[in-house]
Write a protein that binds this ligand. Structure first.
Ligand code: BES
Ligand code: MN
Ligand code: ZN
Length: 460
């Protein structure tokens, strides 16, 4: 269950969020008893500081949370989440110190501290809860929280319990919650219906590959989201080394993230015709596995020389993007844990994206900054097209130079997308260390930025 706001306003302890620079003026304005208590406890508004201030009967009169200074906040995503994790278990009501979008974002971070991945072991529930602050769109925040929890839980679930069939079940479950339709092409039907690359990548697994196709909404611009659903990536016959394989349950992070974004769009009831396409496969090893050197013919007709079976994401996405483009959507988005190179370029905190449209790039960057979902544009650098063209086929899925790996992967995808507006996210989908509101594990990247920017990206 995703955390929500507490409805228990009467029991809530008033919480003052105090930036360090404002501490003195706040402190001066308090009565003498409060001033003395705050002083003796050494509270100054510094990062991580929290303090309960008692009344004359020893009951909590108010709580304080240090909000540090803007420089420190710029270095950390959810400053208030640090306080939420430190405060004693109780209900709090933010009464001063925060407003506008910063308040919404910090409150989102707070609620996320209450989320636990508890599928395999009962977990201590998150302690400090919050009533919806004045002026905050509680429904919107709870929807953002529910979407993020969905993304994290899907990624965190190990591959044994999140194969193509279970990913299909998760997609079907989400669709059912919002009255969306689902169509799935499974196993050898992929060949009959011309999805050869999805079949090729997924055929060596005991768990049948499939293409999940969700549609929702009757009118409005067509928005199509394509998510990489590689439920486990061994690398195929060009097997990944041990360290590289360790986290590959997260290789369906793109699928998880587009499902989270779809949840946001459907919960909000946005006036779009939404389509979500997820090629769900396991990149496994068996006698019938596809091989290095095989030349494959894609749905679109372009031939691909497979020079590394570990470059499987772009193959399954190619057929899904081709299908998506057949109906010329107004906006086409792909999200994928596509390359190690993307992580090397920008690290795991930033979501790199590619688009040919400056207005999309600007809108995404602006939106991402506001909702604590930072994104960064990388170029579809035209001269690198030469790198993805081999001798005997139209395309090479794994250029040998090893240079510009995120860009060449994106250029490969672009051959199958369009001619309309297209944006591709190469996300990491994983948080490597415990951080406030973001425990180690799966996490959503780009979904909130896209959702926030969406009304400006299509005619809404
Ligand atoms: N799923 C991986 C990419 C990946 C690895 C994302 C680690 C995040 C963290 C993808 O299928 C892959 O293996 N890509 C190769 C492509 C190469 C063989 C051209 C890569 O990035 O090394
Ligand atoms: Mn791979
Ligand atoms: Zn992969």
């Amino acid at each position: 269950m995703a955390p929500t706001f507490s409805k228990d306003r009467s029991a809530a302890i008033p919480l003052h969020v105090i930036e360090q620079s404002r501490f003195d003026s706040w402190h001066k304005a308090q009565d003498e008893r409060v001033r003395a208590w705050v002083e003796v406890n050494g509270f100054t508004g510094a990062r991580g500081q929290v303090l309960l201030v008692p009344d004359a009967d020893g009951r909590p009169l108010m709580a304080l949370a240090g909000f540090a200074n803007p420089g420190q906040r710029a270095r950390r995503r959810f400053m208030l989440a640090t306080a939420a994790e430190a405060l004693p278990a109780a209900v709090y009501d933010i009464v001063s110190g925060l407003d506008g979008q910063e308040l919404e974002t910090e409150v989102f971070g707070w609620l996320m501290t209450q989320h636990r991945f508890d599928r395999y072991r009962a977990q201590q529930p998150g302690g400090a809860t919050l009533v919806a602050p004045e002026g905050v769109d509680a429904v919107r925040i709870e929807s953002l929280v529910a979407a993020e929890c969905l993304i994290r839980d899907l990624i965190d679930t190990p591959a044994a319990d999140m194969g193509p069939a279970e990913l299909e079940a998760a997609a079907t479950d989400l669709a059912g919650q919002f009255g969306a339709s689902v169509d799935v092409v499974r196993g050898d039907d992929l060949l009959d219906q011309n999805f050869p690359l999805i079949h090729t990548v997924g055929r060596a697994s005991t768990r049948a590959p499939r293409l999940i196709d969700i549609t929702w909404g009757e009118a409005g611009p067509k928005v199509t989201l394509v998510g990489k659903g590689v439920c486990f990536d061994t690398g195929g016959l060009n097997l990944k080394p041990r360290a590289g394989m360790a986290l590959m349950k997260k290789d369906m992070g793109g699928a998880a993230t587009v499902l989270g974004l779809a949840r946001l769009i459907m919960a909000k009831g946005l006036g779009v015709r939404l389509r979500v396409l997820i090629p769900a496969v396991e990149n496994a090893v068996a006698g019938n596995a596809f091989r290095p050197g095989d030349i494959l013919t894609s749905r679109k007709g372009l031939t691909v020389e497979n020079n590394n079976t570990d470059a499987e994401g772009r193959l399954v996405l190619a057929d899904a993007l081709a299908l998506a483009s057949e109906e010329q959507p107004d906006l086409l988005v792909s999200m994928a844990t596509l390359t190690g190179a993307a992580r090397i370029a920008v690290g795991s905190d930033l979501a790199p994206f590619f688009t040919d449209h400056d207005d999309i790039a600007e809108a995404l960057s602006r939106a991402g900054g506001g909702v604590a979902d930072p994104v960064w544009r990388l170029p579809f650098h035209e001269p690198y097209e030469l790198k993805i063209e081999p001798a005997h086929a139209d395309l090479d899925n794994a250029p040998s130079s090893g240079f510009a790996g995120a860009i060449t992967a994106a250029l490969f995808l672009r051959r199958f997308a369009g001619p309309g507006r297209y944006v591709h996210f190469d996300i990491y989908g994983w948080n490597s260390a415990n951080q406030p509101g973001r425990p180690k594990g799966g996490f959503g990247q780009g979904a909130r930025a896209l959702f926030e920017a969406l009304p400006g990206l299509v005619d809404l």
